[in-house]
Structure formats: C-alpha cells, structure tokens
Design a protein around this ligand. Structure first.
Ligand code: BG6
Ligand code: MG
Length: 222
C-alpha cells in the first residue's frame, strides 16, 4: 500500500496553470514574442526564471537582456499572475481533488505538495486546503526544478518515506518526468500527447479515483 500522495498544485489541485499561461502570454506579447498553448506545454511545471529564459530564447534579439531586466519581466509576470488569482476561493478546487484528499486522510496516507511555484502557500491558503498537507515543497525548498526529481525526493525525505512508497500526481511533462526520475509511481492528468510517460494517465481530475489509483500502483508493484 502506498504511504503518501504528492500533489502538484498548478493544473492539478486548481486551474492556476491557465493563469500562469495567460500571465506569460501577456508578458511575451509585450516582448514581441507570440506564445501559444502548444509552446506552453513546455513551460508547465517549470520555475519562473527558467520559464522566462525559455520564452526569451524564441527571440534571439532578446538574448542580451541583462539580469536586472529579466528580473523586471519576471516580477511583471508575477504581478499579473497575482491579479488573476485574486478571486480564487475554495470553489476553484478542481473536481475530484477534495474526495481524493479525504480518501488519503481516511486511509492514513500522508499528503504532500510538490510545486515549483513561489506562490504555492498563498494559493493553497486561498483554496482553504493548507491543513490537509503534512509537508509542502515549493520553489524555496529546491535547487533543481522539474524535470529534476529533487522536488519529489525532498517531499518523500521530509515524510521519511522511500520514493517507491509514494505516488506523484502531475499535469506537466516536466513534472511526470520528475516523478519518474524519483522512482515514484506517476499519475498524469491530461493529454497523452504530453503525458505519455505517466505510469497511469487520466484525462482530467474528476477521473482521479482513489481505489483506481491504488489498484494501478499495486499492479505496477506486483
Ligand atoms: C509551476 C507552474 O507550478 O510554478 C509554472 O506550473 C510556473 O507554470 C511555476 O511558472 C513557477 O510559479 P511562480 O508562482 O513561482 O511564478
Ligand atoms: Mg502543474
């Protein structure tokens, strides 16, 4: 039986993945770099500065931006993001998530967050979910972001569990890669086009059914 579920935040617990995209799109268009949803799949799960650098790479003329200018654009992105998330409340928890968290509690399975966001605690608080979490990994706690496995390894270590006893849930390509690299069972939420590496894939959060996830985990570990 697994001992912990480690949840990604943006795009799994709530649809802030969309707000990150909209905020980046605004910044990118100010920089004269059009970005679309297809490109955005590469940004999902990736930290703020790394995301900005990936966007800037699309326009070679902007490769010369100074650190200070980059910091400014990153701050601007975050200001816009914070405006977009201002009205988030518990009604923005995605379908199936509360049921899954409750099932974890009922079965005494630990719950951790594995997020690349500096805003993770702020968002969890707005959703009224902080109390569910035994441990929170956010951008402050890791040196190497996803797809590096550090986020998930730090969470398992803090819970004093081995990675093979944990299940990670992710909506991003980089995140699923990170879970797999940690030798953890990976549950992908979304499209097979981006998440084909997931050990178990569901199309959306309403399909995250506790018993089904456990069954798949046990089959993989049989
Ligand atoms: C991840 C998101 O959770 O956090 C990314 O998937 C985002 O889109 C990253 O860029 C960093 O977030 P923040 O809030 O620190 O800018
Ligand atoms: Mg995500």
């Amino acid at each position: 039986f697994p001992q912990a579920f480690i949840y990604d935040l943006d795009g799994v617990i709530t649809d802030t993945a969309e707000f990150h995209f909209l905020a980046w799109q605004k910044i990118a268009s100010e920089l004269d770099i059009p970005i679309d949803r297809h490109f955005n799949e590469q940004l999902k799960g990736v930290g703020r500065m790394d995301s900005l650098n990936m966007i800037l790479k699309l326009n070679p003329a902007l490769s010369e931006l100074s650190e200070k200018e980059k910091q400014n654009w990153a701050s601007k992105k975050n200001e816009h993001y914070l405006e977009l998330v201002e009205t988030i409340d518990p009604s923005h928890i995605l379908p199936g998530i509360l049921e899954l968290l409750s099932a974890n509690k009922e079965k005494n399975i630990k719950i951790a967050l594995g997020s690349a966001s500096k805003n993770a605690r702020h968002i969890l608080g707005k959703l009224g979910l902080t109390a569910y979490f035994d441990y929170i990994v956010d951008a402050e706690k890791v040196k190497k972001g996803k797809p590096d496995p550090e986020t998930f390894i730090v969470a398992a270590d803090a819970l004093r569990l081995s990675c093979s006893d944990c299940i990670g849930i992710e909506d991003s390509t980089a995140g699923v890669e990170a879970i797999n690299a940690a030798n953890m069972f990976s549950v992908g939420v979304g499209d097979a086009a981006h998440l084909s590496e997931a050990d178990y894939l569901v199309s959306d959060t309403s399909k995250l059914v506790f018993e089904e996830i456990i069954e798949r985990y046990q089959q993989a570990n049989a």
